[in-house]
Write a protein that binds this ligand. Structure first.
Ligand code: M6R
Length: 608
């Protein structure tokens, strides 16, 4: 989720690029940089951290003059948030500069190939591979060099490319990441999204998958991956800046809920090839992982719920005893941790103080420590022996959504990896699980179709004062998660329970004004959750069920059914999370709450 802006025209590029970058910081703030072709020389300036650091730095540097350039705000995925990993990246002979948003999945193979041809790498990024590759393939025609290079790339990319020998050209290309061309008056632009170019032009043309654009001051040419000419189809942007940043969604939270298929794809793809699993960034040796006899997961809030889902997978597949602890309580007990313990900190921000203190405590007591984190180079991954990143991209809404589902994906992939290492799961047994995991982005995409139905239900029940959420097994933690989402967004009291616990107390709450949301998808405890729903229905409770399509048994019990695609039980919480998130969102909107910034809460909780 990086931000890209490019300019080619008659005027100076630097002010336009910096102005564009100022409107892209919500796409990443790990570093900022720009490149300008200044009197025939490629000049790059970049700084780690927020854009302000770059702006301060530029004040001390000679002015960057030139009429063609590119800018970038980075959300790190490969390589920490350092200066040398900041974009733009230069090719070996400094003839090509590249900015990139996305993940190049085959970067290691390409890197090896380029190294063998004498290319030297200055960063740890996947992006640098693209710059070298384009230089290697360049024979005088910039568009053709980029076309041949991107045909070798796997994964997702939106790139901007500048050539030292072509002072009036920018090239853009995309696959699975958005990229648009801004059509100005005698000047043209390239951008990852519309806010970057809105002050300069409202006429934009979105590139289609695998299209490339050659952008000159006087015009734009678009071709496809085979080099065939494609039409440029401009549209007029009518939104203001704020809604453009949210890509037309009224809130960041809703945008992030809808981003989940992409976030999950980026997190899962490249790690599983149906045969096995790869965690390139995880440098803990396999023998140390294999030696773990106990697993302790420390986390807070939503991240802890992801850990609770994963507990089922770690125990079922890897047969390793797993405990999930709220990080805020962990170090105030006297946790039994030893050298045979693998402690996993799960955290979106990587900065949550409770989680940091807990994982430090586990490490001090001899545990091997691992972070599952969304922010590259954050404090918690740095404090751990190893890290696996979720590739959710920046999460701006305080309510955690895409971070949650991608955390479950990474943890469950780790469970399969551990199971394979420990010999509790054969390759043949792992294969259908990995296939199920690969199917999750599509299932989540389909689950999002329930949005209209959920919105209507939300309007109907937004005045209720209390809600109950129930689930079983893998979907039991989603009962907690659904309740947490509703509480923090709408300020309505809600509780999550394992369905079987209802008869031990909470059933007393049920009457004909009391809604219970039951996650009732098919799985090992399907009959059990149906019995629990029956208990509620018999007492006149209002049942809203999340179920698989055409489930007559659920339909017979529930007043409302929200359908989501059927998947393997292990991966189903990522799918059933979608209606839970949407229900909380729409109830909060119906009540006029501040969805992206609920009262009393902060995105990263850096105090104990
Ligand atoms: O950044 P972290 O994942 O460590 O944050 C943990 C919790 O503070 C966070 O998940 C919180 O519960 C969310 N606001 C819930 O939506």
């Amino acid at each position: 989720m990086c931000g890209i802006i490019g300019y080619v025209g008659p005027g100076p590029a630097t002010p336009q690029i910096l102005s564009g970058l100022q409107r892209l910081d919500y796409r990443g703030y790990d570093s900022a940089g720009l490149v300008v072709l200044d009197h025939g020389r490629i000049r790059v300036e970049k700084m780690p951290g927020k854009l302000e650091h770059l702006l301060d730095h530029l004040k001390k540097m000679p002015e960057m003059n030139g009429c063609v350039g590119l800018g970038h705000t980075r959300w790190a995925t490969h390589g920490g948030p350092t200066q040398r990993n900041a974009h733009p990246h230069l090719s070996h002979r400094a003839s090509v500069a590249v900015v990139h948003n996305g993940i190049i999945e085959n970067h290691e193979t390409l890197r090896r190939r380029l190294r063998a041809r004498g290319y030297r790498f200055a960063s740890e990024t996947d992006t640098e591979v693209i710059a070298h590759l384009i230089e290697d393939l360049y024979r005088g025609n910039p568009l053709e060099a980029v076309r041949r290079a991107v045909n070798l790339l796997e994964g997702s990319f939106a790139i901007g490319v500048l050539f030292r020998d072509h002072p009036d050209v920018l090239i853009g290309a995309r696959l699975n990441s958005p990229l648009l061309v801004g059509l100005g008056d005698g000047a043209n632009y390239l951008a990852s999204d519309a806010p970057a170019v809105l002050p300069f032009t409202r006429r934009v043309a979105y590139l289609e998958e695998r299209e490339l654009a050659e952008i000159r001051p006087g015009g734009v040419r678009v071709i496809d991956a085979e080099g065939r000419e494609r039409p440029v189809r401009p549209i007029q942007i009518k939104w203001d800046f704020a809604s453009a940043a949210k890509e037309g969604y009224p809130h960041f939270m809703l945008k992030e809920v809808f981003e989940q298929p992409r976030a999950l794809r980026d997190t899962i793809r490249g790690r599983t090839n149906r045969q096995d699993l790869h965690f390139p960034e995880l440098d803990i040796p396999a023998r140390r992982l294999k030696a773990a006899r106990r697993l302790v997961i420390v986390a807070c809030g939503t991240a802890a719920h992801a850990g609770m889902v994963a507990k089922y997978a770690f125990e079922e597949l890897a047969r390793i005893p797993t405990e999930v602890c709220f990080a805020s309580e962990f170090r105030y007990g006297d946790p039994v941790i030893g050298r045979d313990t693998l402690a996993i900190a799960v955290t979106q921000s990587g900065e949550t103080m409770d989680t940091l203190c807990a994982i430090r405590e586990a490490k001090a007591r001899g545990a091997l420590t691992l972070a599952v984190c969304n922010v590259v180079g954050a404090t918690i991954p740095r404090a751990c022996d190893g890290v696996v990143y979720t590739h959710a991209g920046p999460e701006i809404g305080v309510a955690s959504t895409k971070a949650y589902t991608t955390q479950i994906a990474v943890l469950e992939l780790l469970a399969v990896r551990l199971a394979r290492l420990r010999g509790t799961l054969s390759r043949a047994e792992a294969r259908p699980l990995l296939r199920a995991m690969e199917g999750v982005p599509l299932a989540v995409q389909e689950a999002l179709e329930c949005d209209g139905h959920v919105k209507r239900l939300a309007r109907r029940y937004s005045r209720c004062r209390n809600f109950m959420y129930i689930g079983r097994r893998y979907n039991f933690p989603n009962a907690y998660e659904g309740a947490l989402k509703l509480k923090e967004l709408s300020y309505i009291h809600a509780e999550g329970y394992g369905g079987g616990e209802m008869k031990h107390g909470p059933l007393a709450l049920v009457d004909d004004t009391f809604p219970t949301v039951a996650v009732a998808v098919r799985g090992r405890a399907y009959d059990k959750i149906l019995s629990n729903m029956k208990e509620i229905e018999a007492r006149g409770g209002i049942l809203i069920a999340i179920a698989n399509p055409r489930d007559a048994r659920v339909k017979a019990l529930a007043r409302h059914v929200i359908e989501v695609p059927e998947t393997a039980e292990m991966v189903s919480p990522m799918v059933t999370a979608v209606p839970l998130q949407l229900l909380a969102y729409h109830i909060a909107v119906a009540l006029g709450r501040d969805v992206d910034k609920p009262r009393n809460l902060a995105k990263a909780v850096t105090v104990e």
